[in-house]
Structures are given as C-alpha cells and as structure tokens.
Write a protein that binds this ligand. Structure first.
Ligand SMILES: Cc1ncc(COP(=O)(O)O)c(C=O)c1O
Length: 371
C-alpha cells in the first residue's frame, strides 16, 4: 500500500477529442477511447432533448424532482434516497468534498488501477489518497479492508466493474466486504458499468443502501444510456447520507435537457437490453480477436477490454490514431504496455483489430473477428 502524492499536477486526462482528430485527418474517425455506447442515445431521449430545446429559457427542476421520483420507483427507494448530479464524476467529487468538510485531513482509499478521478477528487480537496494495489487485474478487497481499519480513513471508492481492468467482484464477496468496512468510512460503490455485467453477478443496490448507511451507490447515464454529452448521473443512499451529500449540490445543477433525456432513457428498457446484448457479443469478438494475435486480454465485464501489447503502447496508440482509430493509453495507471479499447460497433471492432494486427505484424485471427 502506498500513499499517493498530493502533487497539484495530478489530474484526470480524458479520452481524446474525436472532432479535432476528424478535422486533422479530414475524415470520420472511430472513437474507442471513452467507453461510450456505440448505439448512440435512445430515440426517446433524443426526442426529449429536442423538446427541451424550445424551453431553454426556463430553469430546470432545481433538484431533478421528477427524475428522482422515477429513479426511486425503479429502485424501490424513496426520492429522499436519490441524489441526481452532473454525472458520476460529479458524484465522486461531491463525496470527496463531504469527506473533506466532515473529516478534515481524512485519508481516501482508491485502488491503484481504478478510475483515476477518485485520486484526483481527493487531491482537489486536499485529502490524502491511499493507493491499494490490485492482485493481478482484480481489486484486492482484503487489502482494502485492512487499509480501511486505519482510523484516519474517511472515504473509500470501489468500482464494480472496475475501470480500466474491466473485472468485477463476486457478489457474495462484495456483500461481505461492505458489511466489514467500518461505519465511519463512506463507501462509494461506483456502478458506472453495472448494466454491462451479467445480471447474476449484480448486487441489489437498493438492498445495500438500506442495510448500510455508510454505503452509497453511484450510477451514470453516460454509459449504457448513451447520454455522456449531457452529464447526468445519480447516487443511491440512506436518506440522511443523501442529505449530507446534497449540501454540495447547488440547485439547477443538472440541465432540463439532461433531466428529460434521462427520464426517457430510463423508460426504454429494451434499449438497455439491446445495448447489453450488443456489448456482450462484440466484447467477446474483440477479446477473442486480441487473443488470437497472441495478446493478453483481460476478461471484461464492462464495455471495454484491457489488452497488454507486451511492448510500449503509446507508439501503437499514436499509429492507430494516425489511422483514425482512438483508443486509450494507460500511463497514469503505470501501465505502459497496455491499451483500453472500448467495445464499438462490429465494423469498428473489426477495424481496430485489423489495424492492430498490421501494426504489430501479426495475423488478424480472421475466425475470431467474423461476427
Ligand atoms: C468507473 C467510472 N466511474 C464513473 C465514471 C463517470 O462517468 P460520468 O462522469 O460520465 O458519469 C466513469 C467514466 O468513465 C468511470 O469509468
């Protein structure tokens, strides 16, 4: 276990700008760098955005009351147990702010190879991030639990499935883990990718927050719901915990277009199923294609695949970009030979496999990529 530096330079570097690359290359590009839904936003959400456009002079519902009610109903909770915010990243920051105010100087546990925003958020509010290494590509719950025994720890972030590894936690182990974390530690269970996980591997979020006042569950509309551009997500938690977090959310935080699109997206359950099925099928094709090239690809439960190229990844990512294909390098995680490739449309996945095979000078594994 290491304590992360508090360097002011620690910052989250998002996936590249596809429009800028497209302008530079003078053609359409394939973006597999930010784990977006390749199927786009659901049609109902698009219609809601159009409707909202004509009423843009009116302030939105201050605390997203209608959406909160819909989310509460969906999860079998009360609206007081739901906080709507500007995406999962916003929720991550809000939890860090709350901890900084309630527990000045507290330590924050963030797994070493997990969403970098956790450490960035802790750093922004002057909290110390404690970096717990993984076991291989899996979160080390035992080490996290041991780290949480330190009375200085006030906040713990846990992604399931985890980014950038794509691994998920056994539901029984997760339940046991959450029961053992000391109550003084606020746990943010980050379920940004939960809809891509096999249903039998999911834990009932509502049951968790009813059982544990110190556990909140983060969800986002950026991934399976295809609304990343609108910046909207939410947190489930005990009413008292949600009220504490809510102190850090100004009224009107979330735009009317985002609120309305999210409500429409939530209703389109078929779209979520279609996205899940598309992802599962294409993730298998992508993973097998990478393995057919002799590369080490981690079995993923999310909408991206982590692959070790066994050689410096940055030049390969740059060469892919030159061909109009954007993937994610992982230097901030200390993974200099790995790439994270989001699952795209069938032809996008085929294109990245073909380009990688050519760049690495290996066979493309045609059987594996044929869908
Ligand atoms: C693990 C994890 N949590 C949360 C988020 C936040 O996404 P957003 O702020 O778009 O909701 C992401 C985005 O990539 C993520 O990978």
């Amino acid at each position: 276990m290491t304590t992360d530096t508090q360097t002011p330079t620690l910052r989250y570097i998002p996936g590249g700008d596809a429009d800028a690359l497209s302008r530079r290359l003078g053609r359409a590009v394939i973006k597999l760098a930010s784990n977006e839904n390749p199927l786009g936003p659901p049609l109902g959400a698009q219609a809601a955005i159009h409707d909202a456009a004509g009423r843009a002079q009116i302030y939105p519902e201050p605390t997203s009351e209608s959406l909160r009610a819909a989310l509460a109903e969906r999860h079998g909770l009360t609206p007081e147990e739901v906080l709507v915010c500007a995406g999962g990243t916003d929720a991550i920051q809000i939890a860090a702010m709350l901890t900084a105010v309630e527990r000045p100087g507290a330590a924050v546990i963030a797994p070493h190879r997990s969403f970098l925003a956790y450490r960035v958020a802790a750093n922004q509010v002057g909290l110390r991030a404690v970096d717990v290494p993984l076991i291989g590509e899996r979160l080390d719950l035992g080490a996290m639990l041991a780290a949480a025994q330190d009375p200085a720890v006030g906040l713990l972030y846990l992604a399931n499935p985890n980014n950038p590894t794509g691994t998920s936690i056994d539901p029984k182990m997760l339940t046991r883990f959450l029961a053992r974390v000391p109550e003084r530690v606020l746990v943010v269970l980050d379920e940004a990718y939960i809809e891509f996980l096999a249903p039998e591997r999911r834990v009932d979020a509502a049951a968790l927050v009813r059982r544990h006042a110190n556990v909140v569950v983060l969800r986002t509309f950026s991934k399976v719901y295809g609304l990343a551009a609108l910046r909207i997500g939410y947190v489930l938690g005990a009413a008292a915990t949600i009220a504490r977090l809510g102190r850090f959310v100004m009224p009107f935080r979330v735009s009317a277009a985002a609120q309305k699109a999210a409500r429409a997206a939530l209703e389109d359950e078929l779209f979520v199923i279609r996205s899940h099925v598309h992802n599962r099928r294409q993730r298998t094709i992508l993973t097998r294609g990478l393995m057919a090239m002799g590369l080490e690809a981690t079995a993923s439960d999310a909408n991206f695949v982590l692959v070790d190229l066994g050689r410096p990844a940055a030049p390969i990512a740059a060469a892919l970009e030159g061909r109009g294909i954007m993937v994610r390098t992982l230097e901030p995680y200390g993974m200099t030979t790995a790439l994270r490739i989001s699952v795209g449309l069938a032809d996008e996945n085929r294109a990245v496999l073909d380009a990688l095979a050519e760049l690495l000078g290996v066979a493309a594994g045609d059987d594996a990529v044929a869908s």
